[in-house]
Design a protein around this ligand. Structure first.
Ligand code: TYM
Length: 329
């Protein structure tokens, strides 16, 4: 029997942080290496256009950097399809087709769009359409599983709604996907541990390629409560709980194990242990990434080969969709 299909993507919209890693990228590698799935991992470069970078050179740099992040973390083009979704026109075509069954009200209720509008900033139409493109990214490959952080749950819900709606209108065409979360589906900001760590606020992030000194400094100054015992309590001790999550994420230890180890340690000593564990875990990543960044031609080749293979799969599906709705004569 063929393996279930698993799809996920990351936007090339700047440096990856430990939330992207523990909520998504590290899990991609584990899922790939489990051998249980047929894996598709892509750079969501069309999504990142909702905020154009300063210039085309910067855009290209971000795409190559994210490719290096994928490979440095352990994604392997021999085991997974790694591609750029902008290079596969079927994604954009399916987005348009799905847009005609997507309720406009649902799109306006999506957190990202709502937050931006609520801040009085003018959101572009791309941001409104963004969740439909995400649905297309998933449905075009018949994905059963989608590993993501929990900030993407709302988008996955819409994806399922669109699949159901399309299937009932035009006949069974799409698979309804389900999300896969890690034990750390929502890493919190180092400055305000009641908010999600987010690329849009770089000062709150621990980046994967921060230097060991930067990592130590950021963790040392992470916001914690005024107590002294290391306990897991997301309500009363959100800062310490977040650091425990990060510690467990990089060491593979359980929270009770980590708490036992930290018995008698004050916050300062605990933070030192967290920083040391993060530095140690990320050291091979940093070395591999530095090396990969000197081989742009290889990175481009990986993307081109992966995109060509993914396009073959996507083209078969979009042809099926066009037949189902009656525009393929
Ligand atoms: P993006 O690029 O914002 O984030 C990439 C992945 O990182 C996860 N993530 C987090 N996980 C835990 N804690 C955090 N603080 C944290 N911040 C981010 C995200 O949940 C995500 O899994 N819309 C997607 C990209 C996308 C996609 C798709 C994903 C486009 N099409 C199809 C899956 C399937 C996004 O903007 O992710």
């Amino acid at each position: 029997m063929s393996k279930p299909i698993l799809v996920s993507g990351i936007q090339p919209s700047g440096r990856l942080h430990i939330g992207n890693y523990l909520g998504a990228l590290k899990n991609f590698v584990d899922l790939q290496n489990s051998g249980k799935y047929s894996c598709y991992f892509f750079l969501a470069d069309l999504h990142s256009l909702t905020e154009y970078p300063a210039n085309a050179g910067e855009q290209k740099k971000r795409i190559l950097e994210l490719t290096a992040d994928f490979l440095a973390a352990g994604l392997d083009p021999k085991k997974s399809l790694i591609y750029q979704h902008s290079q596969i026109p079927a994604h954009a075509e399916l987005t348009w087709i799905l847009s005609s069954i997507a309720p406009e009200g649902d799109l306006r209720r999506m957190t990202q769009y709502k937050d931006k509008s609520a801040r009085g900033e003018e959101a572009n139409a791309g941001l409104l359409f963004y969740p439909i493109l995400m649905a297309a990214d998933i449905l075009i490959y018949d994905a059963k599983f989608v590993p993501v952080g929990n900030d993407q749950d709302q988008h996955l819900e819409l994806t399922r709604t669109l699949a159901r709606k399309f299937n009932s209108k035009f006949g069974k065409t799409f698979v309804e996907p389900q999300g896969l979360h890690t034990a750390t589906p929502r890493v919190m900001s180092l400055k305000d541990p009641t908010k999600k760590m987010s690329k849009s606020q770089p000062e709150t992030c621990l980046f994967l390629d921060d230097s060991p000194a930067e990592i130590e400094k950021k963790i040392k100054s992470a916001t914690t409560d005024s107590g002294s015992a290391v306990r897991y309590d997301q309500k009363e001790k959100p800062g310490i709980s977040n650091l425990l999550d990060i510690y467990c994420g990089v060491t593979g230890k359980t929270v009770p194990q980590a708490i036992k180890e930290s018995k008698g340690k004050n916050y300062g000593a605990f933070k030192q242990a967290v920083a040391a564990a993060v530095v140690k875990h990320l050291a091979p990543f940093r070395t591999r990434k530095r090396e990969l960044m000197t081989h742009n031609a290889k990175l481009k080749m990986v993307l081109a080969a992966g995109s060509a293979r993914a396009a073959k799969v996507a083209n078969v599906k979009i042809a099926e969709v066009k037949r189902a709705i009656g525009i393929a004569l």
